[in-house]
Design a protein around this ligand. Sequence first.
Ligand SMILES: [Zn+2]
Ligand SMILES: [Zn+2]
Length: 314
Amino acid sequence: LSIETDMSYTILLYYKYTTLTNPEEIVLEQKELCAKLGLKGRIIIAPEGINGTVEGLTEATNDYIKVMNESTLFKDIEYKSSVGTGNAFRKLSIKLRQELVSGHLGIDDVNPNVTTGKYVSAEELHEWFRTNKRFYIVDMRNDYEYKVGYFINSIQPNLKNFRDLPNTLPQLSHLTDEVVVTVCTGGVRCKKASGLLINKGFKDVYQLRGGIHTYMEKYPNQDFKGKLYVFDARITMGFNLNSPDHEVVSNCERCGDKSDLYIDCGNIHCVSHRHFLSCEKCICRGDKFCSDNCREIYTNFQSTLTNISQSLKS
Ligand SMILES: [Zn+2]
Ligand SMILES: [Zn+2]
């Protein structure tokens, strides 16, 4: 008799907009549930709902879904799952915030339970691509996410941050009468962003159900090229990455070679974000800075340290 234990890990990505009258209590409940199941990850709780990415043993993530489906507030969530590594997250972080997606949209804020885009399923969108339907994909993710993977012919309103969205809308003014499909990682940003477009007078706005994650899972390496940026230790992910159909769409920011490898800038005071695209070759060469400016700051800092330690010795 052999008892097989499944030691595989699964990562769940999910959200739900639903009014939580007592979000503090939900935070405690989630903390207890995740601790019991040994899940790690990041969950945001807000008066408008829940948004999370958690990793655990596959059995534990299945149990998590089961428990959530038994609750009146969180039943019927569509979970996106992918293969975990066991260390996608260092810890469990469950935070109470004002909103689910960081950076609120100010006076243009939308209640996605009232105003939101029509849903287009991955299957329908796939069909739209195949039948040459006239539509425009607007990618609601940040520029560093877009760089390593995107839908062919999609528009990225050059967002450094989601809160920039209202300011970047004039760039999309030629699309007000067109079929617009908003996309993001798992759908949580589009639920609001599509509502904002509607409020701004866009007439035919859709959002991709289940986000890019679901599309890639169903149609790996088709229409969406490259990898999906994710907010955990994997940094990027994909499906069927060993297939000859998989393409690397981004370039090393140092030498320009094709690469989708993100590394941290060697200058800890780097202002241009935590990480940048490098490549094996540049890393081997010891080029660990996002820019010459960062290298200079680092080098100056190191020589100041050397000077100080020498003057202390003498
Ligand atoms: Zn390079
Ligand atoms: Zn830098």
